[in-house]
Design a protein around this ligand. Structure first.
Ligand code: SF4
Ligand code: SF4
Length: 136
């Protein structure tokens, strides 16, 4: 059966100077590919990257955001400091399974993320590729 977002077009455009999702307390998952990509970008090794930035949580490598009110360690005044190599979780936001489950859920997320429901339409193909990227 077609999903609700396959039947009506969705709009999204990340807003300049927002960064709310990089400050919100939570965890950012890094899989093996994310770690290698970010480590390459920072010109370090995956082992060093893990040691410096990540912790182990239920079998996953994660970066903790919001501890003692601190934003993501990669957030700079100009935005994400690893933008070209940001992990799939960040790349695919807000198109996560939990956010796409129903239209009311999408609207609820829109109460947090000001980029939801404005800007250009996002194709069903693109939404599906985001959903495949981040599966936690
Ligand atoms: S909360 Fe939404 S608009 Fe703001 S930075 Fe995150 S994705 Fe972009
Ligand atoms: S890695 Fe980049 S995009 Fe992801 S939360 Fe941190 S600063 Fe934001």
């Amino acid at each position: 059966m077609a999903k609700w977002w396959e039947k009506e077009p969705l709009r999204f455009e990340c807003q300049a100077d927002c960064y709310k999702c990089c400050v919100k307390p939570g965890i950012v998952h890094f899989d093996r590919e994310d770690i290698r990509k970010a480590a390459d970008f920072l010109k370090t090794s995956p082992a060093e990257f893990k040691k410096t930035f990540l912790t182990r949580d239920e079998g996953y490598w994660v970066l903790e955001v919001g501890e003692k009110g601190a934003p993501c360690s990669f957030l700079t005044d100009q935005g994400c400091g690893i933008h070209p190599a940001k992990p799939k979780q960040c790349e695919s936001y807000p198109f996560w399974r939990e956010n796409m489950d129903s239209k009311p859920m999408w609207k609820l997320v829109g109460g947090f993320c000001p980029g939801i429901d404005i800007g250009p339409m996002v194709s069903v193909k693109k939404i599906k590729s985001f959903l495949k990227k981040f599966t936690h």
